[in-house]
Structure formats: structure tokens, C-alpha cells
Design a protein around this ligand. Sequence first.
Ligand SMILES: C[S@@+](CC[C@H](N)C(=O)[O-])C[C@H]1O[C@@H](n2cnc3c(N)ncnc32)[C@H](O)[C@@H]1O
Length: 267
Amino acid sequence: MNTHTIEEQGGTSATATKEQQILADTSNSSSDKGQATLSTKEDSHPRFGHIRSFVHRRSHITQGQQHAIDRLAPKWTIPYQDQLLDFATVFGRHAPTILEIGFGMGETTEKIAQTRTGDNFLGVEVFPAGVGSMLNRIEASNLHNVRIIQHDAVDVVNHMIPPESLDGIHIYFPDPWPKKRHHKRRLIQGPFVHLLAQRLKSGGYIHCATDWENYAEQMLEVLSNEPLLCNTADGFAPKPDYRPQTKFETRGFRLGHSSWDVVFKKI
Ligand SMILES: C[S@@+](CC[C@H](N)C(=O)[O-])C[C@H]1O[C@@H](n2cnc3c(N)ncnc32)[C@H](O)[C@@H]1O
């Protein structure tokens, strides 16, 4: 998915939907035994959820992607459920587990999973064409260390990821929602980052990248303000070697754009 598509999404979505603000609920009555969860004042009302960072719309899916979903989803995807995962069972082994939010068409996930064979990668994506594409990559590259959940990552992190269970989190080029009135839809917000930080093990990392300067500054500010995290760099981080440069990023560099990485560790 490219930035232009996202800009269009951002342009149409906020006028169509009015949802409740994300609230951090740190009460002891939360569903994961006293750990903070993201919830809303109208938790029990199905129409009120957190503000979505994406827009549901009929998106184009190729026959090959649909065929991959029909054939391969039972093997490599995990259905969304309100129950904590046991990663050893899900992946069939004990290994460090990295959560990736919004893998898009999966090029980056595939490359990283191919080189870091000792790590498990749990990819969360809402976009059906992306899920189909990732399933094709899993088969084509014979990847045994990737599993997929097709659902809103906020719900997944809230309800399926156990506290202090993750070794890393990747969020690469999240939808930038460039218009100021849509900034509330951006994924990297204080309450969600707090929740993510709680899901990390001590020493685990969160790595975000973006090519939107204003979002990069927001990422740096939000992560710096999270008391459970500390920056691994003095400001923005050099791009870690394991993150490949995407096609989209390469095109951006040719046009004179930049990209920014932020890498923080759980204290
Ligand atoms: C701009 S694309 C980037 C894709 C990929 N990471 C890359 O670098 O090419 C952002 C992706 O995040 C997904 N996304 C946005 N919000 C999400 C959410 N709350 N849960 C899961 N996926 C989400 C979108 O569907 C989209 O595919």
C-alpha cells in the first residue's frame, strides 16, 4: 500500500466515522490481571471502540491472493480470539517472538524472517490482499517462523498478547494520516505505546520507521515519554541492518525524501 492510497484513506475516513477516543485503563479490573489495557468508556457497546488506525473498505484482492487465503490461512493464520496466546504452542517451539503490526504486502517481513530464522514473527494485518500476499510468501520462501492474525492490532495486543512476552515489536511505515484532524487515527499514540511496552519483556525492543517527518517526531516524542522505555540512540536511530530498505522507501529516496527509525528498549 503506498502513501497516496493512505492519504486518500485519511481524507475520506474521518468524515465518515465518529468513534470514541482511546483511553488508557490501568484499573485492576482489566482483563489481563491488573496490566493496562486500552478500552473505552462504552466498552460493552459494540458500536464504540477505539479510534481505528485504518478504514474498512472493499479493497482489490487478486485471484492469487484470495486462493492463498482459501488454501493457506488454516495453516498459517491464527483466528482472533479474546484469549491470551501461548507462543510455544503457536509456533511449535520456544524462540524469541517479534510482533509486527501492519505488514502490508509482507516484503519486509519475508526478508527479515528469512534472515532471522531463530526468531518467531507474529504479523498482524487487516488488509486481506496483504494477508494473501504474505501467505504466498510463507509458502514460496518456506518460512516456518511466521504466523498471521488478520485483525485490528489494538484488539490483538489488548486481548491476545500476554504481558512481558515479546522480545520485539516492528511497526514499519504505519499509515501516516497526514491531515492534522486525522492525527488521532495514527497508531503511535501514548496509550497504545504504553500497552505495547507492557507486552515487551525487559530488554525487548520496539522499532518504528516512517517517511513522514511529522510522524517521526511524534514517534520520538511518544516513545520518549513512555516511562517503561528508553531510547537506544540519541534521538533517531541509524537504520538497523535487519530492516531492509523497502521499494517504496527507495523510490522516496530518489525523490529526495528521508526516512526515520526509532528504536527503544524496555527497561
Ligand atoms: C502504509 S502500510 C505499511 C506496510 C508495511 N509495513 C510496509 O512498510 O510496506 C500500513 C499497513 O498497516 C495496516 N494497518 C493499519 N492499522 C492497522 C491496525 N490497527 N491493525 C493491523 N494492521 C493495521 C494497513 O492495513 C497497512 O497495510
